[in-house]
Write a protein that binds this ligand. Structure first.
Ligand code: BEZ
Ligand code: FE
Length: 286
């Protein structure tokens, strides 16, 4: 019988894993246990503080359902989703920069013809914008038939699943690039909005003197056969929260201008945004 001490407990817990543990699980869990224990030793965590942490997570669990994931919010305001994203997307690579997926993506958005609007309520959803560009590979060759999944909030800053006043799948759609790799999406000019802050993640923001806002953005996930899936966003260049995004997801190269559109386009604004995808083989080598 070995009595645990502040010094030896980490190895004892790691050694409790049996040989059946998969190598990757062993690696990840050993790292997690080591860092958690080092953290507790470093800050001399008290029992009351540990209980506070458990209560924080318990409240997060009680608030989480299929429309609201408090754990993703906690992870995001602590920079974890952006960090994991940055680990797998080296900024030096010749590929459009990625940005967090966030908790509001939904599978199964309607597939729409190029140029159609995702705003089911028309101008009630906000000022119209045409987002257009070319999808190419990292040699500049067009990528036809790529699927671009877009979603954004309405003018009140809520995604449709948060807002009983919006129709199902409002402000969501999937579009295909054409033979030249060109895509055209009609959306609305996005607004900055606060991430939900009536739970433990909001408490943490308040306790640390932070606001909950995200700068105005449109989400985009782009998939094409033979290419690495790209999870990204575009940001409005005039937004006041670009420098203080509550989830640390803004990248300079994803900031775009919402330019007043020429009359013949039939929309209020136009955004030009080309996208470069990395082919799967290149992604695997990296
Ligand atoms: C979003 O942009 O939808 C989002 C991202 C992270 C946390 C909350 C919302
Ligand atoms: Fe968002």
């Amino acid at each position: 019988m070995k009595t645990v001490t502040v010094e030896n407990i980490t190895n004892i817990v790691i050694d409790a894993m049996s040989d059946e543990t998969s190598p990757r699980l062993r690696e990840v869990l050993s790292g997690l246990i080591t860092h958690m224990h080092d953290f507790a030793r470093e800050v001399q965590l008290s029992h009351d503080e540990w209980l506070l942490g458990i209560d924080f997570l318990t409240r997060a669990a009680k608030m989480t359902d299929d429309k609201r994931n408090e754990f993703i919010l906690i992870s995001d305001i602590l920079g974890m989703e952006s960090l994991v994203d940055a680990i797998s997307h080296d900024a030096q690579e010749n590929e459009t920069e990625s940005a967090v997926l966030g908790p509001f993506f939904r599978e199964g958005a309607p597939v729409l013809p190029a140029g159609t609007t995702i705003a089911q309520r028309g101008s009630k959803d906000g000022p119209s914008v045409l987002v257009r560009g070319r999808i190419t590979d990292n040699k500049g060759e067009p990528v036809p038939d790529a699927l671009i999944d877009v979603w954004e909030t309405g003018p009140e800053g809520l995604y449709e699943q948060q807002d009983p006043n919006q129709p199902e799948m409002n402000l969501r759609g999937r579009f295909r690039s054409d033979v030249n790799g060109d895509y055209r999406i009609q959306a609305v000019r996005p607004v900055s909005y606060p991430i939900p802050y009536d739970g433990p993640s909001g408490d943490l923001l308040q306790l640390t003197g932070r606001h909950p806002y995200r700068p105005a953005h449109i989400h985009m996930v782009i998939e094409a056969e033979g290419y690495r899936k790209l999870v990204s966003q575009i940001y409005d260049s005039v937004d006041q929260y670009l420098e203080s995004d509550s989830v640390f997801a803004v990248k300079g190269s994803l900031i775009v201008d919402f330019k007043p559109a020429p009359e013949e386009l039939g929309v209020e604004f136009v955004v030009d945004h080309d996208v470069t995808l990395k082919d799967d083989a290149a992604a695997q080598v990296a």
